[in-house]
Design a protein around this ligand. Structure first.
Ligand SMILES: [Zn+2]
Length: 76
């Protein structure tokens, strides 16, 4: 968690508990991609099936974390 003071109020930046981390895997050889998933297993299975079907071996994983800034006075 990152803390900083702006406009005379301490703010904290942390993960949004209502929005889980989303992951997807994209093929580096074509434009194919898995769907977004809060888990890792689904995108990895997609990548392995894609590799077996196409011979494409290079992928990149994109993870999106949703963050929420909260004033310290709400932390109490
Ligand atoms: Zn591909």
């Amino acid at each position: 968690m990152t803390r900083a003071a702006y406009r005379y109020v301490d703010w904290s930046l942390g993960t949004d508990p209502e929005q889980p981390l989303q992951r997807r895997i994209e093929c580096a050889s074509c434009s194919a991609a898995s769907g977004d998933s809060p888990g890792q297993l689904g995108p990895e299975q997609w990548a392995l099936r894609h590799a077996a079907a196409t011979g494409h071996r290079d992928f990149q994983e994109i993870a999106v974390a949703y963050l929420r800034a909260t004033p310290a006075v709400e932390d109490a």
